[in-house]
Write a protein that binds this ligand. Structure first.
Ligand SMILES: [Zn+2]
Length: 391
């Protein structure tokens, strides 16, 4: 019942590119900031990431991509650029509950999706491609050829420092590594580029915030959330010291482009973005901070209604298998995606997921525009939460 209502509300609210709305208090700074996002720039940043192939963790192409991301963050003027360092594989297993701390035990019930949802309708096979010969493009095959080796790992972040409460921050993440013998354009070039574009807009010299925002490009997501786990393990206890602001929330972006609907009975999908496409905002109902996460999710949904230009947002309670999971028992944590991770992507709604077809050239402007609307949603919600102004 929720989705028709959301579409109706979106149709009744601001219809076009968020304009600077003049009223008695002057132009709306949130609308002005949202207008600084640009579809062509977003596409160019995704393309820049795909020049490093699938950016698999533990390879030269992954390290080169981290260097390139750092150079971009510096060019935006984002302050306090730094790297988190850790070992992969980790010296000993850090978490007894497996990937994602999903809080829902695996079951033999085949209608039960990861994260706690239920599969409905038609499902197709999903999996990770590990066969180089399934990549028909010799250039991409060569780019992705070097295998992963264990050892030292790094991931890069930068921070917008708040003027009045610098010691409190929201964390905004996307993972820069990928797998599957493609270019990891959607998973997760689309989320990494979104985080980078937000870092660019918030780092504008005329942009001020009361509270801080950390922009982080996770590594080692595809090996089991190891980069975000390392961050939580190393920095959780430092909160409130000069070395780590107190965490106010964590917002993850993972696979932002493709919402072509449910597979058809023959297993194929619509070649076009469906007109009903939406941004899926998920929290995990079994998390210790589920209440805070849910509140955060609805704040994002309201920001989408007011500021996103094309596609509405839906809120769900089954966040799973993403870098916000290691945070979910310590702070309100949500993720934004093209589809629900458990019951939709898990049922085969994204045929390019971890496949050789996850290439920049696979996606159309309508696909990129869904990611753009997620960027508008997060930027607008965050701008309100941190008290952004333009002076
Ligand atoms: Zn991903």
């Amino acid at each position: 019942m929720r989705r028709p209502l959301v579409i109706l509300l979106a149709a009744l609210s601001i219809p076009t590119v968020a304009p600077a709305q003049a009223d008695s208090t002057g132009p709306d700074p949130i609308a002005q900031l949202v207008a600084r996002l640009d579809l062509e720039r977003y596409e160019a940043t995704i393309k820049g990431l795909t020049r490093f192939g699938d950016r698999r963790q533990g390879t030269d192409r992954n390290r080169a991509a981290v260097d390139w991301i750092e150079a971009q963050l510096r060019s935006y003027g984002c302050s306090n650029v730094a790297r988190l360092k850790y070992e992969y594989p980790p010296p000993r297993s850090p978490s007894p509950d497996g990937r994602g701390g999903q809080g829902v035990r695996p079951t033999r019930d085949t209608t039960r999706a990861s994260g706690g949802g239920r599969y409905r309708g038609i499902r197709t096979r999903t999996g990770v491609n590990t066969d180089s010969l399934k990549q028909p493009d010799a250039r991409v095959r060569a780019l992705d050829a070097q295998p992963t080796t264990p050892g030292a790992r790094e991931e890069v972040y930068c921070t917008k420092i708040g003027d009045s409460h610098p010691g409190e921050m929201y964390i905004v993440g996307g993972h820069m590594d990928g797998i599957g013998w493609g270019e990891a354009a959607n998973d997760d070039g689309s989320g990494a580029a979104l985080v980078m574009e937000l870092a660019r807009v918030f780092s504008g010299p005329d942009v001020h915030t009361d509270r801080s925002i950390r922009f982080i490009l996770w590594n080692n997501e595809e090996s089991g959330l190891n980069g975000s786990r390392a961050y939580v393990e190393q920095r959780r206890a430092l909160q409130g010291t000069k070395d780590e602001p107190k965490w106010l929330g964590m917002i993850q972006h993972d696979m932002m482009l493709f919402d072509h609907g449910m597979p058809r009975p023959d297993g194929t999908l619509s070649p076009e973005q469906r007109p009903e496409a939406d941004v899926n905002i998920e929290f995990q109902s079994s998390a210790k901070f589920a209440g805070e996460a849910q509140e955060l999710a609805w704040a994002f949904q309201r920001a989408n209604e007011k500021y996103a230009t094309d596609y509405p947002a839906s809120v769900g309670s089954h966040m799973t298998n993403t870098d916000s999971a290691p945070f979910q028992d310590y702070v309100g944590a949500i993720s934004l995606r093209e589809n629900e991770r458990g019951m939709q992507i898990g049922a085969g709604w994204d045929p390019n997921w971890h496949q050789p077809t996850d290439l920049y050239a696979t996606y159309s402007d309508k696909d990129f525009r869904l990611g753009m609307n997620a960027a508008q949603t997060t930027l607008a919600a965050l701008a309100g939460l941190v008290g952004a102004t333009i002076k």
